[in-house]
Design a binder for this molecule. Structure first.
Ligand code: ACM
Ligand code: ZN
Length: 753
């Protein structure tokens, strides 16, 4: 540590040196000079037999991506490797002078050294691509558990795809692959003693189409599934070992077990034969806690231990409803015989039985934070996913913890709110938010913090049916997460972004990794201004120009060219016609700014929207931007009230021709069209007259925007009040039945004569 500190200091003081490189994760200490180590013929040579064939092949491909040939030779290789006793197992050093030396303690350090070395070749368009800078790097990770998880149950990925996932991980110095092998929707690992697990549990005969929350739900009727034979598993584990990645298998229990129960229904509480579900979610049917289930699961784990050398074995433990256990005489018997209080302690008992089994075999149990319920088993480690509270509690109790809270680590969440994102489970986890993550919660003491092994991101695949989408959801977010897991002193987000854009974005692409480009989607900002609103767009590409097409009823179309952050004004009542902005850099988004007479006007909202859905406040209702995106987007204000009043003031008394208001209709997410809305008008803000009462029918459409022409009446007004009356309750037979529905509104518009 002291050495690193000294290093950082000298980096500041040495004039002819610099410490910015393209290496990700960012190394602990870098001191480079302006002198160059020239690569003859774009070639790097290393001694033979340092790396295995498989390792060499991966490194060779990695070097080739930047057009450098990697070769083994016994005659005077360019790179030498030297063992250093004092280095930590995963640490490495690189010294580039007239020769290149990679210092290491283990073969992990050799591999990491080679990965970092090639990232020293500047890959930007205008750089020379045939030299290393001379200088020195010292590096070691902050955390020992640097993980990515992959769910292969909801969707199945082939051995080659899994190996590809592991290979990419290795090139960013991840060292733990959490393989989620079993869940309700598919059992994916061959167990010789119980062949029906894969024969029956490995396949489902339908899968929900679209989102879980869609209403009504639709299903395909396709047979879907697959599994890994034990030979496949061995192949993956062996490859991962070469990549210095430990594979932690997960066998889910007692919940998320419908696929296993489809194969062996006698292990459930009811014994009822049910199929492998094609719907996502949490199911009441879980393993019965009777002895047969325990024996079965210990048999399964026995075979798992033969295949996976991992110290930690993941037994799930999350989301296990106690509905069946509470009603099951056999479960109640287990409670009684073991002096347990309730079914929560029964879960704890169940997990303890697995903990004992694994401990006897010299392994350690890890499970999701629900395993804390009813008392944590003595040797268990906790993976904290429902926020950090479970991890904090476990660490305070002296248990090891891996942090994986949904808010920073769930890579099944959306990366932007843009319409072009592939369908996802929900949530919002852009790159910058991942970057902020630090696995050590603030409320742990230094001693307690030692129990945090590290962190991990989870790739749940309900909405990720293909491998290229696995990559899309994982990269570049995994690089942002790794900064928090590796760096002793994490650089700022903007420094990270510069390095990512300068090197890794293209590098990932050249290596065939389908990284997301969500971070390039320009963000728009709307401001109120005198007489209307102004829009501006921002992009991470600071030199970007936005070509914005302005369509209107006028014959000509106007082209605006804006630089990053330039603003364009849109005035109220503009031509009384549609003003459509089509952003060139952003091929699916149209910013529909209809020149309404209340564009940018003040709106009084009573009550205000719910804090979760209140982006930009009342301006959102009069910013001219229709909520064309999914409802997680920023364009909708969400209300959860019995009555909503939106009162807007025109510039002067005028006669209203027409008006509109836009509602979202997404019942699976508890969002309903209101029953009715009324419009009242007033000239003085005190005396109000009803202009219209409008009842909304049951509509199939996602967005309902009634265009209400009132030109036949004399609607002279300065103040206009929209009074929205939601349904009292969500109707029976629907999700959320009995609760107050959400009302989502994107825009109100008024056109005067
Ligand atoms: C989980 O996301 N249910 C661990
Ligand atoms: Zn039972």
């Amino acid at each position: 540590m002291n050495k690193f500190l000294l290093g950082a200091l000298s980096c500041l003081l040495t004039v002819a040196s610099f410490c910015q490189t393209n290496i990700l994760p960012t190394p602990s200490f870098v001191e480079l000079t302006n002198e160059e180590f020239i690569l003859e013929e774009h070639r790097v040579t290393i001694p033979t037999h340092v790396f295995t064939r498989e390792q060499f092949a991966v490194l060779e491909a990695y070097y080739k991506a930047v057009r450098v040939v990697l070769e083994e030779t016994d005659s005077d290789p360019m790179v030498s490797f030297s063992y250093r006793k004092h280095l930590l197992p995963e640490a490495y050093g690189i010294e580039i002078g007239d020769k290149i030396e990679i210092a290491h303690n283990t073969d992990v350090g050799q591999f990491y050294g080679m990965i970092s070395l090639i990232q020293l070749i500047d890959y930007s368009a205008d750089a020379k691509k045939n030299c290393f800078p001379k200088g020195r790097i010292e590096d070691a990770p902050k955390f020992e558990w640097r993980g990515l998880h992959l769910d292969v149950s909801r969707h199945f990925f082939s051995v080659d795809e899994v190996k590809s996932f592991i290979e990419t991980m290795a090139t960013y110095k991840f060292n733990t692959f959490h393989w989620h092998l079993t869940d309700d929707q598919g059992w994916r690992i061959e167990i010789k003693k119980y062949p029906k697990l894969t024969k029956i549990g490995g396949f489902r005969d339908s899968t929900v189409i679209g989102h879980y929350n869609d209403s009504p739900r639709k299903y395909d009727q396709n047979n879907y599934g697959g599994f890994y034979t034990q030979e496949d598993i061995k192949e993956v584990v062996a490859f991962a070992k070469e990549m210095h990645i430990n594979v932690v298998p997960e066998i889910e229990m007692p919940g998320h077990s419908r696929a296993a129960l489809a194969a062996y229904p006698e292990l459930s509480c009811t014994g009822e034969q049910q199929g492998v579900p094609g719907l996502w979610g949490i199911f009441d049917d879980i393993y019965c806690s009777k002895e047969e289930s325990i024996v079965f699961l210990q048999d399964v784990l026995g075979e798992v231990l033969e295949l996976f050398p991992s110290e930690y074995i993941h037994i799930g433990g999350d989301e296990a409803p106690k509905t069946r256990w509470n009603e099951c005489s056999q479960c109640q018997k287990v409670i009684k015989e073991n002096d347990l209080h309730d079914s929560h302690e029964l879960q704890s008992y169940f997990i303890k039985r697995m903990d004992q089994f694994l401990t006897e075999k010299g392994r350690k149990l890890i499970g999701w934070d629900e395993i804390l319920e009813g008392g944590l088993s003595p040797n268990a480690a906790v993976m904290s996913w429902r926020g950090e509270a479970g991890g904090i509690e476990a660490a305070k109790q002296g248990h090891f913890v891996v942090m994986s809270p949904t808010s920073y680590c769930y890579f099944d969440y959306y990366q932007s709110s843009h319409d072009s994102e592939p369908l996802a489970i929900g949530g919002f986890l852009p790159l910058e938010k991942v970057y902020q993550y630090n696995p050590i919660p603030e409320d742990l003491s230094e001693e307690e913090a030692k129990f945090i092994l590290g962190g991990q991101a989870n790739v749940w695949t309900e909405y990720i049916p293909e491998y290229y989408l696995v990559e899309y959801m994982t990269y570049p977010r995994a690089l942002a997460l790794m900064q928090g897991l590796w760096c002793q002193n994490k650089p700022s987000y903007s420094e990270f972004l510069k390095v990512y854009l300068n090197y890794h974005e293209d590098n990932l692409s050249v290596r065939g990794v389908n990284r997301s480009i969500s971070l390039h989607i320009p963000e728009h900002h709307v401001d109120r201004m005198e007489g209307g609103v102004s829009y501006k767009w921002f992009s991470v590409d600071t030199t970007a120009t936005f070509r914005i097409w302005e369509y209107s009823d006028a014959p000509e179309t106007t082209l605006h060219e804006l630089k990053n952050g330039d603003s364009i004004p849109i005035m109220r009542g503009h031509d009384r016609s549609t003003f459509l902005l089509k952003l060139d850099a952003d091929n699916s988004a149209n910013y529909v700014a209809k020149g309404s007479d209340i564009l940018g006007a003040e709106v009084y909202m009573n009550p205000p929207p719910h804090e979760k859905y209140n982006h930009n406040g009342s301006l959102n209702l009069v910013d001219g931007i229709h909520g064309f995106k999914r409802w997680k987007g920023d364009e909708w204000l969400g209300f959860n009230d019995k009555k909503i009043e939106l009162t807007v003031t025109l510039e002067e008394v005028a006669t209203i021709d027409s008006l509109t208001i836009g509602f979202l209709n997404q019942n699976g997410s508890w969002i309903y069209l209101p029953e009715q809305f009324n419009v009242k008008i007033s000239e003085d803000g005190e005396e109000w007259t009803a202009l219209l009462n409008y009842e909304l029918d049951d509509e199939e459409k996602l967005i309902v925007r009634p265009g209400l022409n009132v030109s036949a009446v004399n609607a002279s007004a300065k103040h206009v009040k929209f009074e929205v009356i939601p349904l009292e309750k969500i109707p029976e037979g629907n999700v959320g039945a009995g609760y107050t529905p959400w009302t989502f509104i994107d825009e109100i518009q008024i056109f005067t004569r």
